[in-house]
Structures are given as structure tokens and as C-alpha cells.
Write a protein that binds this ligand. Structure first.
Ligand code: NAD
Length: 348
């Protein structure tokens, strides 16, 4: 029987993976759930497993891949779209089967980005607390009507396009920067260069993948190009934003607000309860002192529909591996990388 070790497993992962397995072949796989992440320290716990299943903050660099291979693991199932956390070249050289879940409700992430914008803009999080204390004063809650505002979208793939459709419905003017963007966006807005988008947008939302080219795309220079007082939203990957530069832009008032669902150093904190500990990340803690900064713990994907889809596709990928079928979600196959990290736009 196939043995699968699931890392970074939460109760909801177990719930949806168990359902997906029941719907496929309940007896074809024996699962061990580990609540902790896969790392150099924990990789040896995959001993006796044929496959591992990992999430966004499990790190599969060369040493981890080597340990997994020495322990007999042959398949890696990413239960996420992004694959910036795995060294695909090394995985290919070692002959691993690697598959991801390329799309699982882009609407879930797009809707969450809109929720962040409106929370930041209309201060509903503060209103919730104030009203519960019997304080119905509106001072400090003044927002802006979204209709008619210009929204800049960096990356109009699946999520960026879903986001564009929602904001088009709000009556916003839409600009997009995407060197490989498809024609579908043109129904909702116009493509422009990044500098132009930053100068003209009241809200900038990031929906491109994290690559060498996009790392810190929102750095000091690009933040200074933004319209003064504009909002920045990142539901994509933390590494797109230079957090220290964002703090400086908030301090100077150049940035009117920031909403981050992802954070460049999130691996050490996100998905776990640190409420009883001293958090040593001074950058994140400083960021969270701003009244106009909103941070969430990488939850944009977190809907019942998305989790059901992730589990179903992950089990399907595992079945493909077991049955030696062609897997349409393979990232490496027959010795060939299915994605060229530095040549083509990487579709996550
Ligand atoms: P996608 O591949 O469908 O779209 C990405 C788009 O970005 C593509 O159109 C691509 O051409 C464009 N792009 C690539 N490089 C670019 C660059 N330098 N500048 C501008 N655009 C560029 O991916 P998607 O499904 O829309 O997902 C987008 C991102 O969202 C993923 O990379 C993933 O990291 C993130 N994500 C986050 C969550 C969450 O819970 N917060 C969930 C799922 C995905």
C-alpha cells in the first residue's frame, strides 16, 4: 500500500484529504499526518514513505530533497499552486515525481483581496471593536467610494483576472501590468507599463508569481512612484514586497495603507499560534503598529470550495503517480522540467 506523509497538516487538511481519499480509493493509501513543517530537521520523519505532501511554507531545498530521496520517497505532492519553495532542478535530477494544484478557486483569493481593500478603506475591523464597546462615534472611519477609482493589477492570470471582474463590477477603472497578459483582461481595462500603473492607481494589487524578476517588485523606488496616499494589497507572495521599504513609505505618508495576506518572512510564524511567545520579528511587529496596515496569515485561499479542490486534485496527482499515468499537473517529467524558471513566465 502507498504510504504518504503529509507535512504542515492542520485539522482542515486532514478533513478534506480524508474525504478526497474516501471518494477515490480509500484503501490505496496509508497517510501519516505531521503538524510540523518539512525541513532539514524533519525530513528524516518521511522514512518509509513513498510520497510526501507539502504546503507553502515547507522548504524543499537540495538538502531536504536529498534526505527524502535517501529515505525512499519518490513523489512530492504540493497542495498549493506556488512552487517557489522547491528546488525543481534538483528534484528533477533526483528523479522525483512533483505535482502541484495549479488552480483551486482563483475567485477565493480575488474575493479576499477585495475584502482586504474594503477593510482597510472603510475600517470595518475597527468599527467591529468600537461598536461592541458601546461607542458609535464615526471619527477616524472616513473611507473613499471605490466606484470611479483607478485600480492597478500587477499580473492578470487566473486570480488577477477574477479580481478585475469583481472590481469592474464596483465601477473601478482598471489598469494592468503583465508582460504575458492575455486578451481577456482587455474587456475590463487596459494594459500599461508598471511605472504608469503605479503613478495612476489609487489601489495597487499584486497577483504575479514570485520569481527572481518579481522579488521586491514593490521596493523603495516603485513605492515612491505610487500616487501619494494610495493603497497597496499583496495576496500573492510575501517576497514581492520589501517590507522595510513599506514601513518607511507608511511613516512618510507616501503610502496611504497596506494590506498583506503574505509576508516575506512568514515561514517562521504563519499557520501556528505564537500568541504566548515573544515574537522576534521586529519588522513585522513594527508594521503591525500602523493603524493603516492590515496583516493576515496567508488565508486568501481558505474557503471550503478551495480546500475541497486542493484535496481532490492532490489525491488525483497521487493516483497518477501510483498508476504511472501522465499527470497534467507534473512540474517535472521524464527528466524534463515542465517549467523553465528563468525563461518563460511561470504560471503558478
Ligand atoms: P497565474 O499563473 O494564473 O497568473 C500569474 C500572472 O502573473 C500571469 O499572467 C503572468 O504572466 C503574470 N506575471 C508573471 N511575471 C510577471 C511580472 N514580472 N510582472 C507582472 N506580471 C507577471 O497565477 P494565479 O493563479 O493567478 O496566482 C497568482 C499568485 O497568487 C501565485 O503566484 C501565488 O503565489 C499566489 N497565490 C496566493 C494565495 C493565497 O492564499 N494568498 C493562493 C493562491 C495563489
Amino acid at each position: 500500500m502507498m504510504k504518504l506523509a503529509v507535512f504542515s497538516a492542520k485539522s482542515y487538511d486532514k478533513h478534506f484529504l480524508d474525504i478526497a481519499l474516501q471518494q477515490h480509493h480509500p484503501s490505496f493509501c496509508q497517510i501519516t499526518y505531521h503538524s510540523f513543517a518539512l525541513s532539514s530537521e524533519t525530513a528524516s520523519l518521511a522514512q518509509d514513505s513513498d510520497a510526501v505532501c507539502v504546503f507553502v511554507n515547507d522548504h524543499l531545498g537540495a538538502p531536504v530533497l536529498q534526505t527524502l530521496h535517501e529515505n525512499g520517497v519518490r513523489a512530492i505532492l504540493l497542495r498549493c499552486a506556488g512552487f517557489n519553495n522547491i528546488d525543481l532542478k534538483v528534484a528533477e535530477d533526483l528523479g522525483f515525481f512533483v505535482a502541484n494544484v495549479p488552480s483551486y478557486s482563483p475567485e477565493a483569493v480575488a474575493e479576499f483581496a477585495v475584502a482586504l481593500i474594503q477593510t482597510l478603506n472603510r475600517k470595518t475591523h475597527r468599527a467591529f471593536n468600537r461598536v461592541r464597546e458601546g461607542n458609535f462615534n464615526l471619527e477616524g472611519f472616513l473611507g473613499r467610494t471605490l466606484s470611479g477609482k483607478t485600480v492597478g493589477i500587477v499580473g492578470v492570470g487566473r486570480i488577477g483576472l477574477a479580481f478585475a471582474k469583481i472590481l469592474h463590477g464596483f465601477g473601478c477603472q482598471l489598469l494592468a501590468y503583465d508582460p504575458w497578459g492575455g486578451d481577456e483582461f482587455k474587456t475590463y481595462g487596459v494594459f500599461v507599463e508598471l511605472a504608469d500603473l503605479l503613478q495612476r492607481s489609487d489601489i495597487v494589487s499584486l497577483h504575479c508569481p514570485l520569481t527572481d524578476e518579481t522579488r521586491h517588485i514593490m521596493n523603495e523606488e516603485n513605492l515612491s512612484r505610487m500616487k501619494k496616499g494610495a493603497l497597496l494589497v499583496n495576496t500573492s507572495r510575501g517576497g514581492l514586497v520589501d517590507t522595510k521599504a513599506v514601513i518607511n513609505a507608511l511613516k512618510s505618508g507616501q503610502l496611504g495603507g497596506v494590506a498583506l495576506d503574505v509576508y516575506e518572512e512568514e515561514g517562521a510564524l504563519f499557520y501556528n499560534d505564537h500568541s504566548g511567545e515573544i515574537i522576534h520579528d521586529d519588522v513585522l511587529m513594527r508594521l503591525m503598529t500602523f493603524p493603516n496596515a492590515l496583516v493576515c496569515g496567508h488565508q486568501a485561499f481558505f474557503t471550503e470550495e478551495a480546500l475541497g479542490e486542493i484535496a481532490g486534485v492532490t489525491v488525483g496527482n497521487l493516483e497518477d503517480f501510483v498508476m504511472k499515468r501522465t499527470c497534467k499537473n507534473s512540474l517535472v517529467r521524464e527528466g524534463h522540467l515542465m517549467v523553465e524558471m528563468d525563461k518563460e513566465p511561470v504560471r503558478l
